[in-house]
Design a protein around this ligand. Structure first.
Ligand SMILES: NC(=O)c1ccc[n+]([C@@H]2O[C@H](COP(=O)([O-])OP(=O)(O)OC[C@H]3O[C@@H](n4cnc5c(N)ncnc54)[C@H](OP(=O)(O)O)[C@@H]3O)[C@@H](O)[C@H]2O)c1
Length: 247
């Protein structure tokens, strides 16, 4: 599919499977007049997923990036510059999975470190490397996919609830929220909007619906809302379904 210069280009990270939230975010974004770069850790993983969406008539292209690898992120930047010369929307969806039942007092700290690597530092690195392109866009958006688990006041899932999601995951998402807030403060312009979004408890894993998870399309829509907000929309906030969540 030919790329029309000046149409929007969106990148979604961590799209490793067809039943994950990132894949559905790619689909919903590509239904807009937009080219979507579907990225997974490897091109071998990304290609068949992009092909599935291309068969729906959507302009989705496969890319590889491991968000924890500086050379891989630099290589991605080179490819985006070569292929499009622009980036308008960055959805930082990649994250390590939660480890159920983990507590602060007994958590395995090497697991906690690797959680921070993907969820916090991976996102941080993508933001640093891609900001020069996003700043040039007339419609620059960064959406950091967070979780109510990282909120101090989300009664259902937050840090002060009895949710057993795993504390490394929750603390990494809380740090991601802090990164989002600070970055939005530093990048305060008329054209950049930078927000953290929780997709809500979403049935993106086996047995998720039976546990009360909502459809993946709904979780993805929560994220897509922030990717498409107008230039006069909020920046530096934390949202689920377009509603503010407490930090
Ligand atoms: N499902 C929920 O209820 C829920 C609730 C709140 C927030 N979220 C957030 O929503 C996002 C999507 O979640 P999901 O449920 O669709 O689960 P998921 O499949 O685990 O999504 C995370 C993706 O990140 C990728 N990833 C991990 N480390 C990476 C790295 N270093 N480089 C590139 N990609 C990497 C994984 O790739 P591999 O497959 O290759 O490991 C995986 O595809 C995550 O940020 C998650 O924390 C989910």
């Amino acid at each position: 599919m030919a790329f029309t210069p000046y149409s929007r280009v969106a990148l979604v990270t961590g799209v490793g499977r067809a039943d994950g939230i990132g894949f559905e975010v790619c689909r919903q974004l590509a239904r807009q007049p937009m080219t979507v770069l579907l990225s997974a850790r490897t091109l071998e993983k990304a290609k068949p997923l992009a092909t599935l969406l291309q068969r729906e008539g959507l302009d989705v292209r496969p890319y590889a990036v491991s968000v924890t690898s500086p050379p891989s992120v630099q290589q991605l930047l080179g490819h985006i510059r070569r292929d499009f010369g622009q980036l308008d929307i960055l959805v930082n969806n990649a994250a390590s999975p939660a480890r159920q039942g983990e507590q602060v007092a007994t958590a395995n700290l090497s697991h906690a470190h690797s959680m921070m690597e993907a969820t916090l530092y991976g996102t941080w690195q993508l933001c640093q490397v891609l900001l020069p392109l996003l700043r040039k866009s007339a419609f620059g958006r960064i959406v950091n996919v967070s979780s109510g688990a990282g909120s101090h006041d989300d009664d259902a899932f937050g840090l002060h609830s009895d949710n057993q999601m795993g504390i490394s995951y929750a603390i990494a998402k809380a740090a991601l929220n802090a990164l989002t807030s600070r970055l939005a403060h530093e990048e305060s312009t008329d054209t950049l909007r930078i927000n953290a979004v929780c997709p809500g408890f979403t049935a993106s894993f086996a047995g998720g619906a039976e546990l009360g998870g909502r459809p993946v399309a709904d979780g993805a829509a929560s994220i897509v809302w922030a990717a498409l907000i107008d230039n006069d929309g909020p920046t530096g906030g934390f949202f689920r379904d377009g509603q503010r969540l407490p930090w």
